[in-house]
Design a protein around this ligand. Structure first.
Ligand code: ZN
Length: 115
């Protein structure tokens, strides 16, 4: 259920409310359960770390693919990594935030009932 909610970019608490209103724009609260997504100032700084780890898992297969096929120069690998990361920015941005919120919910579940 939680994995499905992550894949569909849903609320970490109820796994039903959408997190994003439109690309790159989040709702402030969950429409289903009412939790505030940003628990405190700087809450999403940890999602930067999640995005960093995600970008590693996005770029490494591309670099291995380049190595297995055309074996470019060092600059070729660099260009391949940069192009891959630029193309993956929307994916990484959205999923890093949602994955971070779900990890945080698992480690520190919200106790306060919705108001
Ligand atoms: Zn919710």
């Amino acid at each position: 259920m939680r994995l499905k909610a992550i894949l569909r970019l849903k609320c970490p608490h109820c796994c039903q409310g959408p997190v994003f209103r439109k690309p790159f724009v989040m709702y402030r609260t969950c429409a289903q359960c009412g939790i505030v997504y940003e628990r405190e100032r700087g809450y999403f700084m940890m999602s930067v770390f999640v995005g960093y780890v995600m970008s590693f898992f996005v770029v490494i297969p591309v670099l291995i693919g380049l190595y297995m096929t055309i074996r470019p120069s060092l600059n070729g690998y660099l260009i391949g990594a940069v192009v891959t990361l630029v193309l993956a920015i929307p994916l990484i941005f959205h999923y890093a935030r949602v994955i971070w919120m779900h990890l945080d919910e698992l480690m520190d579940p919200r106790q306060i009932p919705p108001t």
